[in-house]
Design a protein around this ligand. Structure first.
Ligand SMILES: [Zn+2]
Length: 244
């Protein structure tokens, strides 16, 4: 079996799609194939014409065979949701982005379904029954901080679950999956993070991921392109969550 890797662009949203979409197209040309885009589905406070345009962009990306995955609900949360102590620490470490961290079973399920409802609103077509809207292939909690109930809840919705170190498909198949990510780390660590990316792609084990964020561009663009070239150059094939 050929070795594979995942290229995952995080945090695509109604607030940044205009800036990010051209970057996606450029990366697709470089990688030679469309890849996975992690979508923040909430559009509640965005102007309606922007939402309409965002939805059209998602449909366009899908038609180009980009894979769209679900990335939380708002990617921002309040503290008032009955979090565990570890959850509160995770929220603190991520400036409140770890919206699933340490939630109770009830709150975690409520938030997951808020995300799925927002997803359905993005893809609803007049005349199409809600059940016919394609479910996202994967669910990735913002910042990968989670709670002990979320993996089971995601699998019950027939989606692949991703954490920081592994992927588990809805059928229970587990992949060790180290990730190279560059957002939110201090400047002096950037070089180390790219070196780590280089190693996980070259070592012939596991299913490495390159996780990209809007704030990586244009700052780290050159190194990111080199990393993708490295992945392809050492014989790995770009895959998507749905094909695992
Ligand atoms: Zn994110």
């Amino acid at each position: 079996m050929a070795r594979k890797f995942l290229l995952c662009f995080h945090d695509f949203s109604v607030w940044n799609y205009q800036k990010v979409t051209p970057i996606l197209e450029k990366l697709k040309d470089l990688a030679g194939a469309p890849f996975s885009i992690l979508v923040i589905p909430d559009t509640e406070t965005a102007p309606s014409d922007t939402v309409r345009d965002f939805r059209a962009t998602l449909t366009q990306l899908k038609s180009e065979d980009f894979e769209l995955a679900l990335h939380g609900f708002k990617h921002k949360a309040e503290f008032s949701q009955g979090r565990s102590y570890a959850g509160l620490i995770a929220m603190n470490l991520t400036q409140g982005e770890a919206e699933f961290a340490g939630l109770s079973e009830f709150e975690s399920s409520r938030l997951l379904h808020a995300g799925l409802d927002a997803w359905e609103k993005l893809f609803e077509v007049p005349g199409l029954v809600r059940n016919d809207i394609e479910k996202p292939a994967a669910f990735i909690p913002p910042t990968w901080y989670s709670n002990k109930f979320l993996p089971t809840q995601v699998h019950a919705e027939k989606m692949l679950y991703e954490d920081r170190f592994a992927l588990v498909t809805s059928r229970g198949k587990r992949y060790a999956s180290p990730v190279a990510s560059f957002a939110g780390i201090p400047g002096f660590m950037t070089k180390t993070a790219f070196k780590f990316g280089d190693i996980i792609l070259k070592v012939p084990v596991g299913l490495p991921r390159i996780a990209l964020h809007p704030e990586d561009f244009p700052q780290h663009e050159i190194q990111i392109k080199n990393l993708i070239r490295t992945a392809l150059g050492c014989g790995r094939r770009l895959t998507q969550y749905k094909d695992l």
